[in-house]
Ligand binder design. Structure first.
Ligand SMILES: [Mn+2]
Length: 246
């Protein structure tokens, strides 16, 4: 059986002329990439955290997608002037879901906001806006269309990520926030030239986490190496499932 990958949905609340409508969604890039990689994507609506235990029974792996800023109250700060859109119900649901998934040693893949959320859920913090980072010198909110890789990342040689992408590659970039203090449970495995953390993994070899700051779901149709991140994820999910059956 192909592994089922849970993707927690975002919500569109901006249909001003149809304000009686609210729509749950995820980007098709995730759906297409997971399907091409041999997995079955399943959308999970952002819901009350009491639903976590019910939804988690139906999935083998968890993908945390991009979207809104994580509320800074989760890392002990007040929202600063440059914080952007927040979605508190999604924060609460995803953090509860992630914790339950980690208890089960479920394989995790995260992108952009999802990556920031993993760090925050495990005790790390974020730059609320990259302008607060003194060393900033790379354009991380790229003006080029998002299917173009625009900046390099430098990958730690002995990391899992390096086994997929090598020691250096180019990625797209569409994040105005980034990791400030990384959780001690995590290990940074890729940086941009200006030393922003662009990917991390788990310190615990029993816990399979790959978290990236860029958007491989947008690059994947044009850049096969980026689709490999999804194939790797599906493989990690299968391996984990096999371990638990023994
Ligand atoms: Mn970047």
């Amino acid at each position: 059986m192909k592994p089922v990958i849970g993707i927690i949905s975002s919500r569109l609340n901006h249909l001003k002329e149809m304000d009686y409508l609210s729509i749950s969604y995820t980007a098709d890039g995730f759906i297409n990439a997971i399907q091409k990689a041999g997995g079955i994507p399943m959308l999970i609506p952002t819901s009350d955290p009491s639903f976590v235990e019910h939804y988690i029974e139906h999935i083998d792996g968890l993908l945390l997608a991009g979207g809104q800023d994580v509320s800074p109250v989760y890392y002990g700060e007040e929202p600063d002037i440059l914080i952007q859109e927040l979605f508190p119900e999604r924060d609460a649901f995803e953090i509860a879901f992630l914790k339950k998934a980690l208890e089960r040693k479920m394989a995790i893949f995260s992108v952009c906001r999802g990556t920031q959320l993993v760090n925050v859920a495990l005790g790390g913090s974020l730059y609320q806006d990259l302008s607060y980072y003194k060393g900033l010198s790379v354009q991380h909110v790229q003006k080029a269309e998002l299917h173009y890789p625009t900046h390099h990342i430098y990958i730690e040689e002995d990391s899992h990520l390096a086994s997929i992408l090598g020691d250096k590659t180019m990625v797209n970039s569409y994040h105005h926030q980034a990791v400030k203090v990384l959780s001690p449970q995590l290990r940074a495995v890729a940086y941009s030239k200006d030393k922003i953390i662009e990917a991390f993994e788990s310190q615990d070899p029993e816990q399979s986490i790959l978290a990236v700051q860029w958007h491989p779901e947008i690059l994947a149709p044009y850049h096969p190496k980026q689709l490999d991140l999804f194939k790797d994820f599906v493989d990690r999910v299968k391996n984990q499932r096999a371990k638990q059956q023994h």
